[in-house]
Write a protein that binds this ligand. Structure first.
Ligand SMILES: [Zn+2]
Length: 494
């Protein structure tokens, strides 16, 4: 882990720090600069290609195959030479034409030149004869080791046959010529772009900025949440890499170490939701793929989802309750899950809450226009499950749910994910607060939104409003980022 110390500019009272490996950034904007809730840390995230040598990685199957071919050829040529040039152990032979020089190897041959081909017989012109078995071993062992090496490279860079939605691309020429070619490339030629989300964690102290650690999350821009004190960030994984077993992963920003826990063995779609109020547990939702989608009158369906709590200290996974999510679509295309999210509360009478929403696109507006309709709340408590409809509530310019938590006054707080706004540097999501008994939805207090509307957030304020963060990005060439600077300034006096 690389570390850099921020510099303090006493005149401007501004701190700045440059993020390492700016050149690996694979998008033209910084995904997000987010404060931890206590203001102790800044999370600056960007999409990167983590591969140091993507072309070399892409060529692994071909390199392995060439090494195998080379090894096999060496064996064939070696065997052919042994049979075409028979030798007797201990005798001397001409290196070029294999003429038997009629001498024991340790003795000088009688002639200075080979009587057959005229090769000079001083020094390297004379070779010692060995038995056939030894000659085979001398050729075969290195050649077989070469073949094994090539096979290892080949087999680790291809995957066994998988579902046919991936593109067949190996061998490059055979892929199109040989239908049903039995292997898939695991190296990256069919993934010219491999994206991770890099989250640089910056400690904000009284004396400046310090790069604390760096987390790599799989995928272009996976949703992630930070513990309120900023010491851990969490996300879900559900891909071929996990064998489609739903998984919650988290990263200790202080130790710079990652851990994970499987939500399986059951299959399902995981979603990251938030933290328990005491900060010990991650809250995630596991949407049941085997749900019985009973169509309702409005054309949507309710599917079951488990509310999961994952203890980051022990790695223990427990199911807190069974909530509900909403699905739209229908036969024959199948059901499409709509965003749902869950939160845990410390109040024993409202332990877990799920919120089901539905994405809606308005054709009358621009393509980026769309939002989430809040459909219903499921409150899972000791006294049973209560479903509260939220008809008519609407969150504009949002495409997903970011996190949910239960506030100290017993409401459900939800942060939504916003479409990339006109500001290329920073994104922020709108928030809503929902009453757990009446279902009444309210915006956050005006004081936190009025000064910094989401559409013009050039300076993201710290939670206490005392500081602002600004991201400076330099492009030295098209699509290449040469520098990413994080600048923290005191909030301007107004
Ligand atoms: Zn000769």
């Amino acid at each position: 882990m690389s570390r850099a110390h921020g510099t303090e500019d006493p005149a401007a009272q501004a701190w700045s720090i440059d993020l390492p490996n700016a050149g690996s950034t694979r998008s033209t904007y910084i995904n997000e600069a987010r404060w931890s809730e206590d203001g102790s840390r800044l999370f600056v995230s960007r999409t990167v290609d983590p591969r140091a040598w993507p072309l070399l990685d892409a060529a692994r199957p071909d390199i392995g195959a060439l090494i195998i071919i080379f090894g096999v050829l060496a064996i064939l040529i070696g065997i052919a030479r042994i049979f075409r040039h028979p030798r007797t152990a201990g005798r001397s032979y001409c290196r070029r034409c294999n003429h038997d020089l009629n001498a024991v190897h340790s003795e000088r041959p009688s002639a200075l030149r080979c009587p057959e081909c005229g090769l000079s017989l001083d020094g390297r012109g004379v070779v010692r004869g060995f038995g056939r078995g030894l000659r085979l071993a001398r050729v075969g062992i290195p050649a077989l080791a070469t073949v094994a090496c090539g096979a290892t490279i080949f087999l680790t860079s291809i995957a066994p046959r998988q579902t046919p939605r991936l593109i067949q691309t190996w061998p490059v020429a055979a892929a199109s010529a040989v239908p049903n070619w039995p292997w898939w490339r695991r190296s990256t030629i069919d993934r010219p772009y491999q994206f991770d989300l890099r989250v640089d964690v910056i400690r904000v102290n009284a004396d400046g900025l310090r790069l604390e650690s760096t987390a790599l999350l799989p995928g272009w821009s996976p949703p992630w949440i930070a513990r309120p004190d900023g010491t851990t960030i969490a996300w879900t994984e559900h891909s071929e890499d996990t064998g489609w077993v739903p998984r919650v992963a988290w990263f200790d920003t202080v130790r710079g170490r990652g851990e994970s826990a499987d939500l399986g063995p059951a299959q399902g779609f995981p979603a990251i939701c938030g933290w328990s109020p005491d900060g010990r547990e991650i809250v995630a939702l596991l949407q049941d793929t085997g749900s019985d989608c009973r169509t309702r009158d409005d054309g949507s369906a309710i599917i079951d989802a488990d509310v999961m709590a994952i203890d980051t200290t022990t790695g223990t996974v427990r199911t807190v309750g069974r909530g509900r999510g909403r699905a739209t679509g229908g036969p024959p295309a199948g059901w499409m899950m709509c965003p749902a999210i869950a939160a845990l509360g410390t109040d024993p009478h409202a332990r877990a809450v799920t919120l089901a929403t539905e994405h809606e696109q308005h054709s009358s507006e621009r393509s980026t226009a769309g939002g989430l309709a809040l459909r219903e709340l499921t409150v899972i408590g000791d006294s049973g499950v209560q479903v509260i409809p939220l008809a008519g509530e609407w969150v504009e310019a949002s495409w997903g749910l970011h996190r949910a938590w239960i506030t100290t006054d017993g409401r459900l707080g939800v942060e939504f994910m916003a479409y990339p706004n006109t500001n290329p540097y920073l994104q922020g999501g709108p928030e809503r607060f929902i009453d757990l008994t009446s279902g009444a939805v309210s915006d956050p207090p005006l004081s936190t939104t009025a000064a910094y509307p989401a559409t013009s957030r050039t300076n993201a304020p710290s939670p206490d409003g005392s500081r602002h963060v600004r991201i400076e990005v330099d492009w030295s060439a098209p699509d290449t980022v040469s520098r990413i600077g994080v600048v923290v300034t005191p909030a301007p006096n107004e």
